[in-house]
Write a protein that binds this ligand. Structure first.
Ligand SMILES: O=C(O)CCC(=O)C(=O)O
Length: 264
């Protein structure tokens, strides 16, 4: 199957200017753009088979941090979001673990896909992430796993939903909860304490959905997985600057290792 055949051409054409314009409007006004049925059912099947073959290689991480992915700062009062610890556990297959014939890898490395995402995000220039582990990830979440409320360090994340769990595994989003100038701590604290359901929306992530998401300003979580079926989501990473890589500390916590030859 070629990358072009993985996309449902009856619903989406990557060079459709009207589609790109509507994605861009959605992304700019909502901080998120959801394209259900972006992948064909056949492509989803191929990718789920691939995920089943790869999942035993995934690294399981348990992390505790603030929603800002930092350690608690004692300069803030007790109960403040900058002092609140949230816990996540997830398994991740890293980019270098995808074989060269992997369908997910071929779609990620296909220039028209990069170009489509770039145009939907309204960017002039965009590069695949230079992180040899983080550029493409398969997130595998099993019974009891969850990703707690957090903001991302990157401007945007592109996800492809492949398989839903039996229950739970919802992608909850408090969209555009903060800006570069306004941390909006009261609202962040209210969402963390479950006191602000009106600020939270569950984004539909049925298998085959492509989602463009601005996680730097929108706080989000994946609710606890329940049941034996793992939740599979592919995460495609890009950056506006060429050569962007993640830190060694992040690699060690998310993948449990460093690239061969890296200083340790
Ligand atoms: O698994 C998902 O749907 C989202 C993952 C996520 O929030 C993240 O990696 O920051």
């Amino acid at each position: 199957m070629t990358p072009a055949e993985m996309i449902d051409g009856s619903r989406y054409s990557l060079d459709d200017d009207a589609l790109v314009a509507s994605c861009r409007t959605q992304f700019e006004s909502e901080g998120v753009c959801v394209l259900p049925g972006f992948l064909t059912a056949a492509a989803v099947n191929v990718m789920v088979d691939e995920a089943r073959r790869l999942e035993s290689r995934a690294f399981r991480s348990h992390s505790s941090s603030t929603p800002y992915l930092t350690q608690p700062d004692a300069a803030y009062p007790e109960g403040h979001p900058q002092r609140t610890l949230v816990h996540s556990q997830v398994e991740v297959v890293a980019y270098d673990q995808f074989p060269t014939d992997s369908a997910l890898r071929r779609l990620y490395e296909w220039d028209p896909m990069l170009d489509f995402v770039r145009r939907c995000l309204g960017l002039d220039v965009m590069h695949r992430y230079a992180d040899p582990f983080g550029a493409l990830n398969l997130s595998v979440m099993r019974d009891g796993d969850a990703l707690c409320w957090h903001f991302d360090m990157a401007d945007f994340v592109v996800s492809l939903a492949l398989q839903s769990s039996d229950r739970g595994g919802d992608f909850d989003n408090a969209k555009q909860l903060r800006t570069a100038d306004e941390p909006n701590y009261d609202a962040v604290a209210a969402v963390l304490d479950d006191r602000a359901p009106h600020l939270v929306r569950t984004e539909p992530m049925t298998p085959g959905t492509l989602m463009l998401f601005n996680g730097r300003w929108s706080m989000h979580r994946v609710t606890t997985i329940e049941g034996p079926t793992p939740r599979y989501v592919a995460l495609l990473a890009y950056d506006t600057r060429p050569g962007t890589d993640s830190s060694e500390a992040l690699k060690l916590s998310r993948y449990g290792r460093l690239p061969a030859g890296a200083a340790s």
